[in-house]
Design a protein around this ligand. Structure first.
Ligand SMILES: Nc1ncnc2c1ncn2[C@@H]1O[C@H](COP(=O)(O)OP(=O)(O)OP(=O)(O)O)[C@@H](O)[C@H]1O
Ligand SMILES: [Mg+2]
Length: 613
């Protein structure tokens, strides 16, 4: 047989491209094994497909497989597949030309349904050259299925600019890629290291990936190829889903819920998303990389594909397998695109639907879910206008309602039991649940049987800034000056107007105004803030964080019916009136969780009043 050896040049710019590939395209050298295994899987897939029309192509061996073998003495790593193989022309076209993807061409030649039935991975035509990241010479021995042994081809290159090509006798069909490892790349001659890389990237490839057992001769399958998400839902039981979750996400708790879907149409993808049974340790670390695992045709691409779900769903764990997602050629970066937005939107809807189902059908499980992730979900209301309605329905708040235990009241529930004539949803923000429940602001509302939702998560002020109404009912914060029980006013009589004036004078520069209150029953006074002012407990947080604050003074509301105020009405000594007023304001500020401007002065005034000295 005439060996017909010839030396061919890569086109000039190919040399630079090769250099780029080898030195900078991939951030992690281990990726080479993923690329070569994917090529071998594609070759098996192509043969499986072609053999549907011509079983003879199997040449009596239909057990499609991929083998990885190491020769430590020769310092070579070999990947062997008994897939479709390549003819001489295929080799010239596919290995001699960078960025030409024979697989992409093959895929484009199939009809929609045929293409859907394949698992073909290759698309950019560059993956093969990642071999030169770790090898300083690559030999490829291949023979196309259906061609006779003498049509074997030997391709060889050092990845610099040229390659050699010769015909060889090759009884076995398929392809063998032999990497001659570079100095310093011995880690890739280690069986366990290679197995780990297979587990990380190629675990779910359909075809068996075989490696020698304990470096002996006997081969064993390395990849489990479970790819649970690729299996039809009706084949799977709950324990399949929980088992996969624990194994894939290294969690020993069962997940709370999951959703498994295959989306078809313009954008096709499969997703399997889980709500964990406990909060991930880095839930509050906004810089921590979180998110779902991205696969393309069962090949692992990246962890933490943050762009597939909004940050407020960062607790979701799962897998998305999307063939159409625009990745850059190294498959390391998800590129912005309409497809990405569609998938992100679709996934967000899926998760919110799942949460709504839980809330409707499994209130207890949802209560636990809310305890774990409620505060994260609230971020969604401040950053995701598109899904504001479903998010608002998912919210749960503490409430003054006798049946409420913790954050368990939904806005829908509140609206459903609003008494006739009440046209707003009343909420109260405070620095803690205890402070909220003791807030003097509640007295007037409680006395009139008006339910108030108690918001004490740090994010709640921001939530209220974005969530201003629900079901057509405005959401009104009762700590604000313009929100009063039933909007009624109190007309102080002359004496009462006088004491209000005297208090205002005594507190000049400390309050914006002193007015009679309709919201107090037991407390002598409370402070309210303007519609756009920061509540006291937040002002304290800002101050502690050294943040600049707009100078706003609170409004002091006085309970004219309170014994203390009546006592002040009788006070004739202006200095003592100053003490009374200072203590009145101080108590109201403390009830708000505010820090007193001058705690010492407050104590002094208290002493004066208590000792009369
Ligand atoms: N083991 C193999 N068996 C048969 N053909 C192969 C094999 N490896 C590579 N090829 C051919 O060489 C081409 C180039 O491979 P390469 O990995 O560079 O590109 P690709 O797989 O098409 O795309 P991608 O860059 O996305 O991996 C393939 O499209 C395929 O036609
Ligand atoms: Mg490839």
């Amino acid at each position: 047989m005439e060996r017909q050896s010839e030396t061919l040049e890569f086109q000039t710019e190919v040399r630079q491209l090769l250099h780029l590939m080898i030195h900078s395209l991939y951030s992690n050298p281990e990726i080479f094994l993923r690329e070569l295994v994917s090529n071998a899987s594609d070759a098996c897939d192509k043969l499986r497909f072609e053999a549907l029309g011509d079983a003879a192509l199997y040449e009596g061996d239909s057990e499609l497989r991929i083998e990885i073998a190491v020769d430590k003495d020769a310092r070579t790593l070999t990947l062997r597949d008994n897939g479709v193989g390549m003819s001489r022309q295929d080799v010239v076209d596919n290995l001699g030309t960078i960025a030409r993807s024979g697989t992409r061409h093959f895929l484009d030649s199939l009809s929609g349904d045929q293409a859907r039935d394949t698992q073909l991975i290759g698309q950019f035509g560059v993956g093969f050259y990642s071999a030169f990241i770790v090898a300083d010479k690559v030999d490829v021995f291949t023979r196309r299925a259906g061609l006779s042994a003498e049509h074997g081809v030997h391709w060889s290159s050092e990845g610099t600019g040229a390659y050699t090509l010769e015909n060889v006798e090759r009884p076995a069909r398929g392809t063998e890629v032999v990497l001659h490892m570079k100095e310093g790349q011995d880690e890739f001659l280690d069986g366990w290291r290679l197995r780990n890389i297979v587990h990380r990237y190629s675990e779910h490839i359909t075809f068996p990936i075989m490696m020698p057992k304990d470096d002996g001769d006997e081969l064993e399958r390395v990849n489990q190829a479970t790819a649970l998400w690729a299996r039809p839902r009706n084949e799977l039981k709950d324990e399949d889903y929980t088992g996969f979750y624990k194994q894939a996400f290294h969690d020993w708790d069962d997940p709370l819920a999951w959703t498994h879907n295959r989306v078809e149409g313009r954008t096709e993808y499969t997703n399997l998303l889980y709500i964990p049974g406990r909060a991930p340790f880095d839930l509050w670390d906004r810089d921590a990389k979180q998110g779902v695992k991205l696969y393309v045709r069962r090949v692992f691409i990246m962890d933490d594909a943050e762009r597939l779900l909004p940050r407020y769903l960062r607790f979701v764990r799962g897998v998305v397998d999307a063939a159409d997602l625009p990745l850059n050629v190294s498959r390391e970066i998800l590129q912005s695109s309409e497809v990405l937005n569609q998938i992100r939107n679709g996934l967000t809807k899926r998760v919110l639907n799942l949460l709504e189902e839980q809330a409707r059908d499994k209130p207890e499980a949802y209560a636990r879910l809310w305890t774990l992730f409620g505060r994260v979900l609230k971020e969604g209301l401040t950053e995701d206008v598109t899904h504001r309605d479903p998010l608002a329905r998912l919210m749960r708040f503490a409430s003054t309602h006798e049946d409420s235990r913790g954050q368990d009241v939904s806005l829908a529930e509140y609206v459903a039991r609003m008494p006739e004539g009440q046209d707003a949803i009343y909420v109260l923000t405070a620095e803690s649940d205890a402070a909220a429940r003791r807030s003097p602001h509640l007295e007037g509302f409680r006395a009139r049987g008006a339910e108030v939702l108690l918001l004490s998560d740090a994010i709640d002020e921001w939530v209220l800034a974005h969530l201003t109404e629900f079901d057509g009912k405005p959401i009104r914060n009762i700590t604000r000056e313009d929100v009063r029980p039933e909007d009624e006013n109190v007309e102080p009589d002359a004496e009462q107007a006088d004491v209000l004036k005297r208090i205002e004078t005594a507190l000049e520069g400390k309050v914006k105004e002193v007015r009679a209150s309709t919201r107090l029953v037991d407390s002598p006074a409370c402070v309210v803030i303007g519609a756009h002012d920061l509540p006291q407990h937040l002002r304290r947080l800002y101050k502690e964080a050294g943040q600049p604050l707009p100078e706003t003074l609170p409004i002091l509301e006085v309970n004219l019916g309170h014994a203390l105020v009546r006592r002040m009405q009788a006070e004739t000594d202006e200095a003592r009136m100053k003490d009374w007023s200072g203590v009145l304001l101080g108590m109201a500020m403390l009830a708000e969780g505010a820090q007193l401007e001058d705690g010492a002065a407050f104590v002094q005034q208290l002493n004066h009043l208590m000792t009369g000295i």
